[in-house]
Design a protein around this ligand. Structure first.
Ligand code: UGA
Ligand code: MN
Length: 428
């Protein structure tokens, strides 16, 4: 069975040291082994670092006291090269980025240079993925009828909460109608969610499921940069796969997508833009178009943003994006779209208005009520195969929706003919 060993991702410069990371379990998450299974699905197994060091006889070098003189020379050269690399990275690259903004406008993002500068290097961990499309027909046509279309890389940041699985199921049933789409589902949590693996595999849509948690330091910040670590991880995945063909679209898990959106964004040459319904005070955000050209933006929250658009209001072609190796999405709540679009050197005259010159609404910023996972008081002794309730609550627990408890939560009311009785009356 073929298997590939991926190199661990490099650590961020501000991470302390290997020991700290090992303690936090972060380094292990970065080390991935894959197996191609008979069904074409690729499974990734996180490997303890020590185990990986010796896999397949490829023993990775470890430092020993008896380091050879060659090693010492290597260390010496590295010590000289490292400061030079830092100098190049921190002094030269921000300047080249700034020059893209140099059009005489006042930069409203003063003082946030350091947040822009963190290059993509996320601790993303691939849980499972599948490249084959298992759908036989899409809109009554065989899958082969669409073979010439560019692929849409639909990036969905998502996070564990009671509504997560239902939201993703609803989104999946939209995406099932869309040919030539690869769904990048980036989950904001430490480890893989096996239940989500199973769900995603069941839909038949090509997908990559990755775990890409928000760094701990940002979780404490209010408002937190929601969905940023995940989108950065997806950008990194696209970069690692050297993709220069296809379309990138950021589609949150709770929005509502009209199927016509996909035909529109598939035509993207550089950057497409279109209105998003239900955004903020005007219930709409999007470009103002005159004579087929974007001339300005309508959005109730400008806050100095050059590109005051919603994440769902644009799509980018990968052939265009790949020309900007400094592509980035900083951890700056409210400014993610603006700074991402700046990082790819966008100019207003390049924008392609979609949806009949931005007169249609093809995506809606719907929001779902967020509630804590429920706890229902139901005796453990009844959670067996005598009724459906045991299996039902085990499923709900795997989905993160609810759990049954012997001692906590609201007492479950079980009734017949309008009258509730003791649990043992029905379940014993
Ligand atoms: C609005 C924008 O539409 C988002 O594109 C933007 O990321 C977000 O604001 C923001 O900047 O905070 P909104 O509906 O307010 O979206 O936010 P959510 O839907 O709660 O979150 C956006 C996405 O990030 C969702 O797909 C959500 O599943 C994900 N998310 C949220 C996480 O991955 N982790 C979190 O802790 C919260
Ligand atoms: Mn949302």
């Amino acid at each position: 069975m073929p298997s590939a060993h991926y190199q661990p991702l490099e650590l961020r410069a501000d991470d302390n040291d290997e020991d700290d990371l090992l303690e936090e379990g972060l380094l292990e998450h970065c080390t991935i082994e894959t197996d191609v299974q008979p069904n074409g699905r690729i499974r990734y197994h996180p490997q303890p670092v020590d185990e990986l060091r010796s896999i397949g006889g490829m023993t990775a070098p470890r430092f020993s006291r008896a380091a050879s003189s060659g090693m010492r020379r290597f260390l010496f050269v590295t010590l000289i090269l490292l400061p030079i690399c830092f100098l190049i990275y921190f002094v030269i690259s921000p300047q080249s980025q700034d020059s893209e903004d140099a059009d005489g406008d006042v930069d409203p993002h003063n003082g946030i240079g350091n947040t822009i500068g963190i290059a993509l290097n996320e601790p993303l961990h691939i849980c499972s993925e599948r490249y084959e499309d298992h759908r036989l027909y899409i809109d009554d046509k065989p899958r082969s009828a669409y073979a010439q279309l560019p692929v849409i890389y639909f990036v969905t940041p998502t996070y564990p909460r009671r509504e997560q699985i239902p939201e993703l199921i609803r989104l999946a049933y939209t995406l099932l109608h869309v040919p030539r789409l690869h769904w990048l589902v980036a989950n904001d949590r430490e480890g893989c969610d096996n239940f989500l693996d199973m769900q995603l595999n069941g839909f038949g849509i090509p997908y990559t499921h990755m775990a890409s948690p928000m760094p701990r330091e940002y979780r404490k910040v209010k408002p937190a940069p929601r969905g940023v670590a995940n989108r950065r991880a997806a950008l990194q995945w696209l970069h690692q796969h050297n993709l220069t063909n296809g379309i990138l679209y950021f589609g949150d898990d709770d929005n509502t997508y009209d199927l016509r959106l996909f035909s529109e964004i598939r035509q993207t040459q550089r950057v497409s833009m279109f209105p998003v319904g239900l955004i903020a005070e005007y219930a709409i955000s999007g470009p103002v178009v005159r004579d087929g050209k974007v001339v300005a933006f309508l959005d109730s929250w400008v806050a100095g943003r050059r590109w005051p658009v919603d994440m769902a209001g644009f799509a980018v072609s990968l052939s265009y994006m790949s020309q900007y190796p400094n592509v980035n999405m900083p951890y700056k709540p409210g400014y993610e779209e603006d700074l991402f679009l700046r990082s790819i050197g966008l100019r207003i005259e390049q924008i392609e208005p979609r949806g009949k010159n931005c007169t249609e609404i093809l995506v809606w910023h719907t929001q779902t009520k967020n509630k804590k996972s429920a706890v229902v008081r139901l005796e453990n002794r009844f959670m067996d195969e005598r009724s459906n309730l045991g299996a039902l609550f085990r499923l709900l627990e795997r989905m993160g929706v609810a759990r049954a408890s012997d001692t906590e939560g609201l007492l479950a009311t079980i009734s017949k003919n309008g009258k509730s009785k003791t649990h043992s009356y029905f379940l014993n």
